[in-house]
Design a protein around this ligand. Structure first.
Ligand code: ADP
Ligand code: MG
Length: 253
């Protein structure tokens, strides 16, 4: 059974059709990279999975449970259960500035009272160690570099033991010299067989780490395949045009 199943997903903002009946599946332990030009609907697709956007039609099933089935959403209580299987990391980190690093990590589990309080302090420290930030537990986000903030955001997303991690351009807000430390943490998670959907402009990451790449353009999944197929032998004209544009921009840098 696919861990994520998306069928015929439809979403508009006013007259603008942003998702035009997109369908895809993600298997357990798969790393999916989603690439495509700005405005193609990548963020909207990702946000729909965690119910930060409401779709007008289609189906989203997470581990076989329907978040939305043919446009009908599950009951409110059930919605949370389903979306809590996913953790999300945003481009702009979204850390709470008035909370320390460890308080940022402890907040969500405390809100749902998952375990005894000591339980999540230990888990938070373990996760900070995992992302290389054990020494930053008690500082405020404003004292951290962008790369450190994003590593905290990843640790925070892991606090609830998600089955699936979603990343929306996690390195796009970072100075180039800070992207590596964030990508390294993501590579480590991939090695541990975390199921991940990563929207990214980092073509090297997509090529080296992803099991499958989806190319989105104008609200559609135009083409999908292994990194070798998609980068080495793209079949659709739109994919070829996007890749050659992206490569050209890079060599001009
Ligand atoms: P991407 O992440 O691929 O850049 P988005 O999903 O952010 O694309 O946006 C897809 C389209 O939907 C864009 O044209 C964007 O301007 C539009 N859009 C996104 N969010 C909103 C919103 N809240 N209201 C109106 N239009 C939106
Ligand atoms: Mg986006």
């Amino acid at each position: 059974m696919a861990v994520v199943e998306v069928k015929e997903l439809k979403k508009s903002f006013g007259p603008l059709e942003v998702l035009k009946r997109i369908s895809f599946e993600v298997e357990r332990n798969e790393v999916i990279a989603v690439i495509g030009p700005s405005g193609s609907g990548k963020s909207t697709m990702l946000r729909s999975l965690v119910h930060l956007e409401e779709v007008e039609g289609g189906t989203i099933a997470i581990q076989g449970e329907n978040l939305v089935l043919n446009g009908q959403y599950a009951k409110a209580k059930h919605l949370k259960e389903i979306t809590s299987k996913m953790g999300m990391v945003f481009q702009q980190f979204n850390l709470f500035p008035h909370l320390t690093v460890i308080q940022n990590l402890e907040l969500a589990p405390k809100l749902v009272k998952q375990r005894a309080e000591e339980g999540y302090r230990k888990r938070a420290m373990d996760l900070l160690a995992k992302v290389g930030l054990s020494d930053k537990a008690d500082v405020f986000p404003s004292k951290l570099s962008g790369g450190q903030k994003q590593r905290v955001a990843i640790a925070r997303a892991l606090m609830m033991n998600p089955e699936i991690l979603l990343f929306d351009e996690p390195t796009s807000a970072l100075d180039p010299e800070l992207t590596g430390e964030v990508l390294d943490v993501m590579k480590e998670l991939a090695k541990e067989h975390m199921t991940m959907i990563v929207v990214t402009h980092e073509m090297e990451f997509a090529r080296d780490v992803a099991d499958r790449v989806l190319f989105m353009d104008q609200g559609e999944i135009v083409e999908e395949g292994s990194p070798d197929e998609l980068f080495g032998n793209p079949k659709k004209e739109r994919t070829k045009a996007f890749l050659s544009r992206t490569m050209r921009n890079r060599s001009a840098e």
